[in-house]
Design a protein around this ligand. Structure first.
Ligand SMILES: [Fe+2]
Length: 170
């Protein structure tokens, strides 16, 4: 007999990397890949048995939140360095996104009844909705700067290294 709470892996819940997420900026794309990985780990954590779910889920959530903050810090530093005109708005979106994630995680910790799967789906929508739409805008701006000769690939590489090196894992 199949136990009622047996969880089957529903592949549609797992984030699959898609070229629509690609910004063409190596540092960012590498970090976005890592976000896909951590979101999938969080999803897999949801499949843990009831007794360990809280611990496993909390652990995966904490790793994701830390990485999201680190990534947003690196990305914001990069946008600042390339003089992205919409820097302030973009940074604000990052701050709001982190706040949303932290609030939701805290509600979960405080025992508000969540279906972890739904929580992961919400996180996925927040994070990847941002990447697929707003990160594409600065990607287009960056490529345009390179095309016009206002930014060299060498300079972009230097900025990527500095942004990654100085980002903080809060
Ligand atoms: Fe962003």
């Amino acid at each position: 007999m199949v136990k009622e709470n047996t969880v089957s892996v529903n592949k549609s819940e797992i984030v699959v990397w898609d070229e629509k997420y690609a910004t063409g900026i190596e540092l960012i794309d590498g970090q976005h890949h890592q976000l896909v990985e951590l979101t999938n780990q969080l999803y897999i954590a949801c499949l843990a048995k009831e007794e360990v779910l809280q611990v496993v889920f909390r652990d995966a959530m904490s790793r994701l939140v830390k990485y999201v903050r680190f990534h947003f810090d690196a990305e914001s530093k990069l946008l600042h360095a390339i003089n992205y005109p919409d820097y302030r708005n973009h940074k604000k979106m990052h701050d709001d996104l982190v706040k949303n994630i932290l609030d939701t995680a805290q509600e979960y910790n405080e025992g508000k009844k969540f279906v972890p799967n739904n929580l992961v789906r919400t996180l996925k929508d927040w994070i990847f909705g941002h990447i697929a739409v707003y990160d594409k805008l600065y990607s287009a701006y960056t490529m345009e700067q390179i095309r016009k000769g206002d930014l060299s690939l060498k300079k972009l590489k230097e900025i990527e290294l500095t942004s990654a090196g100085s980002a903080v894992m809060a």
